[in-house]
Design a protein around this ligand. Structure first.
Ligand code: NAD
Length: 554
């Protein structure tokens, strides 16, 4: 018997036996527990799911109270969760969300890391990241799919729908960056990835994310250039410092088509400067952090200068959300911002159509349920080759972590078709138990984050945070099963406000009605936000697909 309120192994229930009073409360209960499953969470004992300190609940006492409350919650009651702690149960109605969540929110002038940490130490708040505190994290499949979308958008920018015949150069093969080689090969391209730490590259080979580690840069180049020439998918890792290798490849005129980087540049102590050995890294950074930062920034300046050089030679070059441009500028390189961030470069046109990460999980725990939904998605959107390629390869290559789940990007007036189909499949018994349908907060209409998702908005509205709040209010009014409003996810305290929703497809007619509203309205706020910012494509989508925007009407 485990002591109450102490760490223990948590795993969501599987199968059709309810532990709560209905599937509408069983769904958040299983997804909270799934976030803390040791297969899913980075540090389950500390309730940390991912992203540094992104937690699912404030502490074990709060976790126990959430579980207890959800188990007994009625179909006309709503539980309120304040930064991971259950704080109230109110009588509402069956269309209302069963859970409403607010995580990590602080008043503007107080929205700094030191103040947040002070309040956290007092036990008054927790960091919810995006999907940790809103109970819809699905493991590394999320980053792989996001990276797949980005490289898909790069392929379209280059005029095709695959990367066959292209060579991508990147660096950083860590937890998130390690998704890059597989995402490129899924699009048929060749990729060379540089990392200072051989063990990181070897780990990706073991997990099937990287094809091989070459013994030298020359050997690596032979392999990837042959693959580029033959139009074959191939990923090769090489041990080296990106500042050195990128500069050498530029000087030698290597024919590279796409350049990016995912070293941990956002933290200068996590970027290895040239001339420092991997074995000395931790000691030197701890001994003199300021000098180490100076050296790291100088190397980043050289690294980014090479990236700008590739851009001048015609390559597609972009910052992949790691702040390397800002650090290189601090390192003295004035042209660091000559290439764009990945959102304005590739993702914003998708956001303008309400396209973003749509994810679902099988509450049965049965992988066959996800296989059936995969087939349903391909049948529903038969002409979307990009989507079909992802779903097919994800079915073969993605290992489930926790409850089986899937993610793909769908847009406005598409997501509800999938949701309604899943609900029918639950009703007919084609699926063995209900499905939850949610998304990352990194979506078209649900985030204000001026360093990432809303960088360089056409009308300058990068920091306007009314949009994610309206998104959450609308999802609440539309029948979502749980809705959340967070601060600081992805980029840190003071830098973002974002919202999430999850709707449970339990096979009932009522769920179908809710799905028909939530999964239209939620991406609809993305189209609305981009119409308002002046994006022509969003105006067209609103017109073609019947979204009412009063300021566009006569
Ligand atoms: P990580 O720490 O797990 O991996 C970073 C890797 O970079 C390590 O393997 C390290 O050995 C390598 N590295 C460090 N200095 C190097 C150098 N000079 N040359 C070559 N390799 C070097 O980090 P991660 O989780 O993979 O995230 C990487 C970066 O991407 C972070 O800055 C993170 O914030 C950012 N990120 C962006 C997005 C996004 O918006 N697309 C999503 C997730 C992460």
């Amino acid at each position: 018997m485990t002591e109450p309120h102490t760490p223990r192994t948590v795993r969501a229930a599987r199968g059709t036996q309810l532990t709560a009073k209905s599937w509408q409360t069983e769904a958040p209960l299983r997804m909270l527990m799934n976030n803390l499953d040791p297969e899913v969470a980075e540090r389950p004992d500390d309730l940390v799911v991912y992203g540094g300190t992104g937690r699912a609940a404030r502490n074990w006492e709060a976790f126990d109270a959430i579980v207890r409350t959800l188990e007994g919650l009625e179909a006309d009651e709503t539980l309120l969760v304040q930064s991971g702690k259950p704080v109230g149960v109110f009588r509402t109605h069956e269309w209302a969300p069963r859970v409403l969540i607010a995580n990590s929110n602080l008043v503007g002038d107080w929205a700094t890391w030191p103040e947040f940490r002070r309040l956290e130490a007092l036990g008054l708040t927790m960091y919810g990241q995006m999907t940790a505190g809103s109970w819809i994290y699905i493991g590394t499949q999320g980053i792989l799919q996001g990276t797949y979308e980005t490289f898909g958008a790069v392929a379209r920018r280059l005029g095709g729908d695959s990367l066959a015949g292209t060579l991508t150069l990147t660096a950083g093969c860590g937890g998130m960056g390690g998704a890059q080689p597989l995402a490129v090969t899924m699009h048929g391209g060749a990729v060379l990835i540089v990392d200072v730490d051989e063990s990181r590259l070897r780990r990706r080979v073991e997990h099937g994310y990287l094809d091989e580690v070459a013994p030298s840069l020359d050997a690596a180049l032979d392999r990837v250039l042959a693959a580029k020439e033959a139009g074959e998918a191939r990923s090769v890792g090489v041990v080296g410092n990106a500042a050195t290798v990128f500069t050498d490849l530029l000087e030698h005129g290597t024919p590279i088509d796409i350049v990016t980087d995912q070293t941990s540049a956002h933290d200068p102590l996590a970027y290895l400067p040239e001339g420092v050995a991997v074995g000395e890294w931790a000691d030197l950074a701890a001994l003199d952090p300021e000098e180490f930062t100076r050296l790291a920034r100088a190397s980043m300046a050289k690294h980014v200068e090479a990236m700008v050089g590739f851009q001048a030679r015609g390559a597609e070059v972009f910052d992949y959300g790691n702040s390397i441009r800002a650090e290189a500028k601090l390192g003295g390189y004035e042209h660091a911002f000559d290439f764009p961030g990945f959102v304005p470069a590739y993702i914003r046109p998708l956001f303008a159509e309400g396209k973003g990460p749509f994810r679902w999980a099988a509450l049965s725990g049965d992988p066959a349920d996800i296989a059936a939904t995969d087939r349903a998605i391909v049948e529903l959107f038969p002409h979307d080759a990009h989507l079909k390629r992802w779903i097919t390869q994800a079915g073969e290559k993605v290992h489930f972590e926790g409850l089986p789940a899937r993610i793909c990007w769908l847009g406005y007036q598409e997501r509800h078709l999938a949701g309604l189909r899943f609900n029918e499949m639950v009703a007919s018994g084609e699926l063995s138990a209900p499905i939850v349908i949610g998304r990352d907060h990194l979506d078209a209409g649900s985030v204000a984050s001026p360093y990432r998702e809303t960088e360089s908005m056409a009308d300058g509205s990068d920091a306007i945070a009314d949009w994610p709040l309206l998104n959450a209010l609308l999802n609440t009014a539309s029948g979502a099963t749980w809705v959340s409003i967070h601060h600081g996810g992805g980029v840190g305290i003071g830098r973002s406000i974002h919202a999430g929703q999850v709707v449970a497809a339990d096979g009932t007619d009522l769920a179908a009605e809710k799905i028909a509203r939530v999964l239209v309205n939620d991406p609809g706020t993305g189209v609305m936000r981009h119409v308002d910012a002046g994006y022509e494509r969003a105006v067209e989508v609103a017109r073609e697909r019947g979204l009412r925007v009063p300021m566009q009407e006569d």
